[in-house]
Design a protein around this ligand. Structure first.
Ligand SMILES: [Fe+2]
Length: 243
């Protein structure tokens, strides 16, 4: 069970939506379902601001995230971890595991809220489930990203808010000549001028085969213009399957 053969990535919360049926928030939550030979393992990557809203969207799509025990918190800002704080305050006897970046202040507050919570601090590269791991806390930020390595050899990088900068995060998480099959998530470009975004996207375009911007990425027209077929528009309800 070293790597998943197939991974479904489902956007549960974002500022945009693919349908009116879902609730949107300026926040992020992504469900990851990794298929191994005999098992499916689930991770919830970020949890939105409000747990109940993420649960609602998931239910609408036919997923019960109430049973998820493994959480990946990209960083502890409210739009990514607010839902998790609500979830742990619900209590219950189940053991929950949260993979966190190295952020001592945020962790001190969270540790008191659920007696069965096991927080794994990902200072360096840390396996979450086979083939899927934390990049370790990215220098100059209190954030980490999630990297998926499939049986096929394809690699996918999922980013929460991208505070450290898109190219920095790609360099941090992959070797020099490595091509990423896809990057997905918040790229923190909302305050950048269009010409800067163009430059950033041109810079990364030979390192990635597919780009799915969400959350704080904005600049949809520029993504389309620079990346053409490599660009997939995101939003709540988007499901991407990697094999
Ligand atoms: Fe954010």
């Amino acid at each position: 069970m070293k790597r998943p053969s197939r991974v479904e990535v489902i956007v549960l919360m974002d500022r945009d939506s693919l349908s009116n049926a879902f609730i949107t928030e300026y926040a992020l939550s992504i469900l990851i379902r990794a298929h191994y030979q005999k098992k499916i393992k689930e991770i919830l990557f970020d949890t939105g601001i409000s747990w109940s809203k993420v649960v609602y969207n998931a239910m609408k799509m036919g997923y019960n995230i109430g049973k998820i025990r493994t959480f990946f918190i990209s960083h502890w800002h409210r739009d990514h971890a607010g839902g998790f704080k609500e979830r742990i305050s619900l209590g219950g006897e189940d053991k929950l595991k949260a993979y966190s970046p190295d952020d001592k202040r945020a962790l001190r507050e969270v540790a008191k809220k659920h007696r069965n919570l096991n927080v794994v601090v990902c200072k360096n590269k840390t396996t979450v489930i086979p083939g899927i791991y934390s990049t370790g806390t990215i220098a100059s930020s209190r954030e980490h990203a999630l990297k998926i390595e499939l049986v096929s050899g394809k690699k996918v990088l999922i980013i929460g808010c991208g505070h450290a900068g898109l190219m920095n995060i790609i360099k941090w998480s992959s070797s020099n000549k490595e091509i990423l099959h896809a990057i997905m998530g918040g790229f923190h470009l909302k305050n950048e001028a269009s010409h800067n975004v163009r430059l950033i996207l041109r810079n990364i375009s030979n390192r990635v085969e597919r780009v799915i911007p969400l959350h704080c990425s904005n600049h949809k027209r520029v993504f389309k213009e620079v990346l053409k077929d490599k660009y997939t528009p995101g939003g709540v309800g988007l499901k991407v399957v990697f094999e």
